[in-house]
Ligand binder design. Structure first.
Ligand code: TXD
Length: 321
């Protein structure tokens, strides 16, 4: 069987890590595209020159020419500016929408059958725009945010409880902004509710709630925490790993349930918007949206997050996109 072809649009911080992870995991041949001359070529050469050491046979081609996308099975998009300290993701809207529009036109022309994972911020708006410009069926256009936000939440829970993060299941839904919705009620360690474990640890329900509230808050602000520390850009290792998990679910038809920025048509009471929800990811992209009942507080938090996404999409339309 021929190897899959994976195109990475944007050869910056996340794009470079994506290329290396794909190579090491031998997920497919990589085309790394960027508008900056030499950058994708240099990174590709650098990564591939470790092929003997890492032991991979895939090819990695750096390019400034969209023609090289021809026939790609999967496209992962990181093109666009990252945040600087003090900026919100939404501040990136104008500049990144312009970039995303041109990316979508070119992906449509050269990789019309690909499944597309968008990573660029502001995420929910960028996925919406890509789908609109490309006209690709919405199940083939998705965004990565929830896998990372959920992993951040799980990491904080594992530190707090002193358990392996591998045993923590925690999910974050909603838009990829400060209104995102960590779902506390279903957070568990090997099936045991996290809240029960916190109550046992502190022998005090109020204290347990307080500790959870702090973890929820840190999860929501986790991207900004990294931005403040780095000063020159935003998180890139963890977003790349998260997109790779989604890519593997698609390439290996795993049918994994992952929080995905997916197009909703009535699910969770949302119609016609891209929002983070649990989906089944497989060879066709989003194969199903998994609905479950939210309590009043969770539904209100999700509605609030959806309203933020709606506002962003409206702003984008007002700007002419
Ligand atoms: O979880 C998530 N979804 C995210 C998203 C988590 C962290 C960061 N997230 C966003 O990803 C971030 O806010 C940015 O919008 C993107 C990419 O972040 P990265 O850290 O990789 O940014 P870089 O290093 O600046 O890389 C962006 C590259 C850079 O090399 C530019 O030259 C290139 O994008 N670029 C383009 N490539 C192709 N085509 C066009 N038009 C273009 N314009 C810029």
């Amino acid at each position: 069987m021929a190897r899959k072809k994976i195109a990475l649009i944007g050869g910056g911080q996340i794009g470079g890590v994506l290329a290396q992870l794909i190579a090491i995991r031998q997920l497919g041949d990589v085309v790394l595209f960027d508008i900056v001359e030499g950058l994708p070529q240099g990174k590709s050469l650098d990564i591939v020159e470790a092929s003997r050491v890492d032991g991979f046979d895939v090819s990695i081609k750096g390019t400034n020419d969209y023609k090289d996308l021809d026939g790609s099975d999967l496209v992962i998009i990181t093109a666009g500016l990252p945040r600087k300290p003090g900026m919100s993701r939404d501040d990136l809207l104008t500049v990144n929408a312009k970039i995303m529009k041109s990316v979508a036109e070119n992906v449509k022309q050269y990789a019309e059958n690909a499944i597309v994972i968008v990573i660029s911020n502001p995420l929910d708006a960028m996925v919406t725009l890509f789908q609109k410009v490309s006209g690709f069926p919405s199940h083939r256009v998705i965004g990565q945010a929830g896998v990372l936000d959920s992993s951040r939440f799980a990491t904080f829970i594992s530190w707090e409880l002193g358990v392996s993060v591998k045993d923590v299941n925690a999910m974050v839904l909603g838009g990829h902004g400060d209104t995102m919705v960590p779902i506390v009620r279903y957070a568990n360690v090997n099936g045991i509710p996290v809240m029960e474990l916190l109550e046992r640890k502190y022998k005090d329900a109020a204290k347990a709630k307080e500790v959870m509230a702090a973890m929820v808050k840190r999860t929501k602000m986790a991207g900004g925490e990294v931005v403040e520390l780095l000063k020159t850009g935003s998180a890139f290792y963890s977003p790349a790993s998260s997109a790779i998990a989604m890519a593997e679910a698609i390439l290996y038809d795993e049918k994994r349930i992952m929080p995905t920025c997916a197009f909703l048509q009535g699910e969770f009471g949302v119609n016609g918007y891209y929002v983070g929800v649990p989906t089944i990811l497989g060879a066709k992209g989003v194969e199903n949206v998994i609905e479950f009942s939210l309590d009043d507080e969770e539904q209100a938090a999700l509605d609030n997050s959806v309203n933020a996404v709606k506002g962003l999409v409206a702003d984008m339309e007002r700007l002419g996109f």
